[in-house]
Design a binder for this molecule. Sequence first.
Ligand code: NAD
Ligand code: LMR
Length: 334
Amino acid sequence: MLSTIAKRQFSSSASTAYKVAVLGAAGGIGQPLSLLMKLNHKVTDLALYDIRLAPGVAADVSHIPTNSTVTGYTPEDNGLEKTLTGADLVIIPAGVPRKPGMTRDDLFNTNASIVRDLAKAVGDYSPSAAVAIISNPVNSTVPIVAEVLKSKGVYNPKKLFGVTTLDVLRASRFLSQVQGTNPASEPVTVVGGHSGVTIVPLLSQSKHKDLPKDVYDALVHRIQFGGDEVVKAKDGAGSATLSMAQAGARFASSVLNGLAGENDVVEPSFVDSPLFKDEGIEFFSSKVTLGPEGVKTIHGLGELSAAEEEMITTAKETLAKNIAKGQEFVKQNP
Ligand code: NAD
Ligand code: LMR
């Protein structure tokens, strides 16, 4: 039997050798996300890719004194292949952000083909990596990646994730603002998808089940449309980048913790889910326990209030369309 010290040494060496690739690393999210991944001690090899500037971002980030190698690539000299080969986790924030007046779905025409092409490269060069999609519209880009990986025969539903962590961070923060509490002790489960009415906070499962109706309604609206606050405030210069980098780094860190075999690693994520598959909804965000193979357990929604049941029904209608749009795009534009 291994001694406690030997076990600790074994588990620490098993959990400190991951290659992480960031595609879109020179963007508003990509840069701070790359910085935060450089600070993650489980990452030994950080590979940054963008159609512009990634070598500069890599040179900058590489001076931070943590024990990882940072490389930066552009499309020249097989940059994407070099970025992806050997990656354990690929994070994709490549694509255009919203401007005021746009919905996330308005980004589809530009981002669908960017994500499709990057997914093809993932299928070719890092087919067994975990893949975390940040690029919007997440409700459609995740199905796009799934279809591309299926067409290459390398789709692993346990390793494809839509990043919805920002909705959960916002929910905690906004609830804590209403209650005058510490957001760290206000966990809120958020399920569904990542856009407007598909974002469904389950406040009945929080510590504050009995909020006055006007407060409840305003809070739900703020959680569902929190992204718009940032888009409006940035006034044409983009959408959430810094809070998203924090959310993406938290999610990535949890994926690595899961791969490393740590216990009880739970994050919300938009995944290939059995929850509403019989209704034709193949992807849904709920709490997921992460493990060495990626998704370990997909949690159910738990007990819902009548208002939450209604929001789920509305969310499912939009989700079905968003998912079908992504799948159809790949069929029409393989
Ligand atoms: P940005 O324009 O600042 O950065 C995007 C980067 O992607 C740019 O550096 C660009 O050069 C790069 N890029 C474009 N095409 C590429 C390609 N084919 N290969 C590699 N890189 C490519 O945008 P941003 O603010 O960083 O946002 C990126 C995406 O993330 C947007 O679609 C945005 O809507 C989305 N987003 C998602 C969430 C979420 O919660 N999931 C939150 C915020 C933003
Ligand atoms: C967000 O939630 O902040 C992102 O999805 C970006 C956006 O377009 O709002």
